[in-house]
Design a protein around this ligand. Sequence first.
Ligand code: SF4
Length: 353
Amino acid sequence: MRWENLSINDRSTEEPALPIPMAGAVARTFDTPEFRGMTFYEVRAKSIINRVPGASRVPFEWTVNPYRGCSHACRYCFARNTHKYLDLDAGRDFDTRVVVKVNAGELLRKELASPRWRGEQIAMGTNVDCYQRAEGRYRLMPEIIAALRDFANPFSILTKGTLILRDLDLLKQAAEVTGVGVSMSIGFVDEALWRSVEPGTPSPRRRLDAIRQLSDAGFAVGVLMAPILPGITDTPESIDETVRAIASAGAASLVPLGLHLRPGAREWYLAWLARERPDLLPRYRELYGDGSYLGAGYQRELTARVRLAARRYGLHAGGMNTARQVLTSPQEARVLGSPRNGGRQQPEQLTLL
Ligand code: SF4
């Protein structure tokens, strides 16, 4: 950890300290309904462009993550376990105790200017959401996008945050000079389920509206249709309704992915399932056993269902408009997210959820 020798030296008495101290860090709370119950740990990171470990099966090599923890609080979030490196828990702490790298923009500019940096693609939203609620206050993304624009460095963003629309002008400016991939994550459109399973996110309707606006602005918006929840949103009806909504919002492509249950996410999601749908626990035991992933047979069936629905609503490979296609593997997902205005093809961050 880059701030391992740091310690908190400026915080009020009510605010919980981080178990792992960070020098120069400031623990802060805000007395607004939006941030009630949350603590932000403002830190000055020592580096900001991260290399993805070689063993990771993801189609990108470099990432920028200005936050750790995510107030979007999705029960199934794969990133939960990363909070344990801070000696915080992967459940409520992940949702409410968020590390903010306040110098992310200035540091990125410095690293992009380094002769060692070779201008490779940078993926954002690959660990936690860079357009989570904190971004409304800290405004780290405008500085980050401006730096990437100024260095004409290609990048992609995957988010559930409609706050991305705030930065639309900057994104357009960046897309004039480099490849900019924009993807929205929408696994289902059922509003009651959304409130229960993704309680801190903008509603699926608002995300669909954001796709429309991004699409109208000239971006070929990709959708990560994930996670599809076994026994809940994997029915033909749910898939049909979701694909129809995504297609009519103007998305250019989508990637369907079933739920992964890695450690951290697994415990938190299964606790939710036990409360909300105990009848499904035997089915999950059957599907996942002690592992994190769904079997190949189930995945194939899921993909077939999505393909069927996608064809019905005009999202299909090799159709009239080649930009409107359904992508079904991380490899295919590499072509997701290129802007219509001539950006080059992008690797994407679609294997993580
Ligand atoms: S928005 Fe993404 S990073 Fe944030 S909690 Fe949900 S799944 Fe995790």
